[in-house]
Write a protein that binds this ligand. Structure first.
Ligand code: G4P
Length: 525
């Protein structure tokens, strides 16, 4: 197969959802279809359960498994599918945001009863920023849920994207009978009450076909009525609108009962984009370019404290990645070659000779990589990462063992390179503040510092509201601000100026008083 064909058959995406909407179940069902796993439950064990907040052994065990499930690649009908796993726990949302920089499209899972939830809205914001094409899967229609039309309105409003249903449920909950695939004009239905046994789908090109009445009985009329309304309300599905992230096609199904899942996959491989051009600071890079480029979007530390070996996950953006070949590490200005690059096929890892755009390669690393690092064949290219968002929680991190201050500094440094949390250093006195999205992150840092770096840390409360990156448009005003707010100024990991506002009131006052300074809640502006 030629280079271009290899790229065109790749589909690299992530499944995201608010916890419990069914992301894990759906992932597992897709892997089962792809023959990548043979029993349900294989992915499930990767989940950090809500109950695991203080059970670190459990987290460690799961971190081990999650290397294997970080990328789940499989072949399906001639397509190479790469599903990038994202942590289900919302305390690790930053991790999910970063993974979204490496995908070409996204499937958002929404619970039919709960509708759009907070975490889904946040994830969608990132997709919007990056113009990532999105498909919505309304899950759990085997349970009583909201009315499909209401759900569509809710998705449109809360996810701020136009929607276009491509499948339609016949009944919900106990009355669920079938799903009609509008895209393929096929009906998937249950013969009896057993929701684990769907019949072979029937094609209904014409909805007035009397066979539809024979199959669905009294529900046929309702389906016709609903679909008429769908066609009346929603414009024709337009592939380009989906690809440019203006419209999200919506599918209905039940991941648990495997209903509507194959249809989702079938439509997905046809409409979802193959690898898209990637934006670098210097220029936009096309995947079909001959020369290899790629960037690190995730770093996974090895659990074995004796071998401080990490895996850097590289997304291939253009050209061919090759084993034992020198590539330029742009930040370090050094050539590196990799003798054991790893490819991920479901639960197996194997040494890979070459990889194509859309693929993810795991590189064993002893500390050369940071999130966002770029590799090329020599050209000076820096891929644009995802900006850091202001954390929600802040704490001072202190050394609890004076004999181990070096270990602590090194540990904190490396964990931040991995993107575990954000670090701010107060300009006034050099005190370090860790910023997190969720409580669990603090606990993981403390645990890992102790077990991997033999360092002991202690947290102290920091009453802060937000971290704001500052653009000083006026020198005099900036100097004045620095004088007045010297207690609240810090540098982030990259040396950028950050104002740590104590309250929303403080921030508003600062914005009012210092009109020529701009405050941002993300690090890239
Ligand atoms: P997540 O990764 O998005 O957090 O969700 P996950 O797939 O783990 O699903 C959360 C719960 O919802 C699970 O039940 C799962 O079995 C259930 N679920 C997923 N899809 C469907 C569906 O289509 N219909 C119904 N009725 N339930 C669904 P649990 O009790 O929390 O876990 P488990 O004990 O069943 O594993």
């Amino acid at each position: 197969m030629g280079f271009n064909e290899e790229i065109k058959r790749r589909r690299t995406f992530a499944i995201v959802s608010h916890p419990d909407a069914g992301k894990t179940t759906l992932t597992e069902k897709l892997l089962l279809f792809g023959g990548a796993i043979h029993v349900a439950g294989a992915v499930k064990s990767n989940k950090i359960k809500k109950t695991a907040t203080s059970d670190f052994m459990e987290i460690e065990r799961q971190r081990g498994i999650s290397v294997a499930t970080s990328v789940m690649g499989f072949e399906y009908e001639g397509y190479k599918i790469n599903i990038l796993d994202t942590p289900g726990h919302q305390d690790f949302a930053e991790d999910t945001f970063r993974t979204l920089t490496a995908v070409d499209s996204v499937i958002v899972v929404v619970d039919a009863a709960k509708g759009v939830e907070a975490q889904t809205e946040k994830l969608m914001q990132v997709c919007r920023m990056r113009k990532t094409p999105v498909i919505v899967f309304v899950n759990k229609i085997d349970r009583e849920g909201k009315d499909p039309f209401d759900l569509l309105d809710e998705i449109e409003e809360q996810l701020k994207i136009k929607v276009r249903p491509l499948s339609w449920p016949v009944g919900m909950g106990k009355r669920l009978k079938a799903v009609y695939n509008i895209f393929e004009k096929k009906l998937y239905y249950f013969a009896g009450d057993d929701k684990t046994k769907a019949e072979k789908p029937k094609e209904f090109k014409d909805l007035n076909d009397p066979q539809l009445d024979a199959t669905l009985k009294a529900d046929a009329a309702k389906l016709r009525e609903d679909l008429e309304l769908v066609e009346g309300v929603y414009p024709e599905f337009n592939l380009n609108e989906y690809l440019s992230a203006e419209t999200a096609p919506v599918f209905f199904g039940s991941a648990l009962y495997n209903f509507g899942v194959r249809e989702l996959l079938e439509s997905f491989i046809r409409i979802a984009p193959f690898p898209r051009p990637s934006a670098a600071v210097e220029r936009v890079v096309d995947p079909f370019e001959e020369k290899f480029t790629g960037f690190v979007f995730k770093i996974h530390a090895n659990m074995d404290p004796n071998h401080r070996n990490r895996i850097a996950f590289v997304k291939v953006c253009s050209g061919k990645f090759k084993r034992n070949t020198n590539f330029r590490h742009i930040r370090l200005e050094r050539d590196l070659k990799f003798s054991n690059p790893t490819a991920f096929m479901a639960d197996k890892q194997s040494i890979v000779e070459e990889a194509y755009p859309g693929d993810i390669v795991g590189l064993h690393d002893s500390g050369n990589f940071k999130i966002g690092d770029t590799l090329t064949e020599g050209e000076l290219i820096n891929y644009k990462g995802l900006p850091s968002f202001s954390p929600e929680m802040f704490r001072y991190i202190e050394n609890a063992d004076p004999m181990k201050s070096k270990q602590l500094a090194k540990g904190v440094d490396q964990l931040m390179d991995e993107g575990v949390a954000q670090l701010f250093t107060l300009t006034m006195n050099g005190r370090k503040i860790i910023g997190c999205v969720g409580q669990l992150q603090f606990e993981v840092i403390e645990y890992r510092l102790l077990h991997e770096y033999n360092a002991k840390c202690r947290y102290e409360p920091a009453q802060l509201y937000k971290a704001c990156w500052v653009r000083p448009n006026d020198k005099a005003e900036w100097e004045d601000f620095q004088k007045r707010k010297y207690k609240s100024l810090a540098k982030d990991k990259h040396g950028r100026d950050v104002y740590l506002a104590e309250s929303s009131y403080d921030l508003e006052m600062a914005q009012m008083k210092f009109k020529n300074l701009e405050f941002f809640f993300t690090s890239e502006f």
